[in-house]
Design a protein around this ligand. Structure first.
Ligand SMILES: [Zn+2]
Length: 107
């Protein structure tokens, strides 16, 4: 089942915008980034498969869940593990992310 990635999700009542930023990898050596003050999840688009973007999104959502519900206690390894577990669960449930709603913020 394809699920469209929304431009805005709510985590604990906080609106979090999801968009591409194509220089993310060049500028930060990252595929994804959480910006807590701005309420953003930014994903690298260029040279990224849908699977890699979806795994990255699960990772960044895990950071947000940790921040909002868990007092930001996870280290990066824990975030990676839980994010991978979340992604594997979604795949096992037959859920596939459709990225067609997402664009660069200024497009
Ligand atoms: Zn991370």
């Amino acid at each position: 089942m394809k699920v469209k990635v929304p431009k805005v999700i709510k985590i604990g009542g906080i609106r979090v915008r999801i968009f591409y930023e194509d220089k993310l990898l060049d500028n930060h050596s990252k595929y994804g980034q959480c910006r807590f003050p701005e309420g953003e999840i930014v994903i690298q688009e260029r040279d990224m498969s849908n699977d890699t973007k979806s795994q990255t999104l699960c990772h960044e959502i895990t950071h947000w869940l940790d921040k909002v519900y868990n007092n930001y206690q996870f280290d990066e390894n824990t975030t990676d593990a839980i994010g991978q577990g979340l992604y594997a669960l979604l795949v096992d449930m037959g859920i596939e992310f459709d990225w067609s709603n997402i664009s660069e913020v200024d497009k």
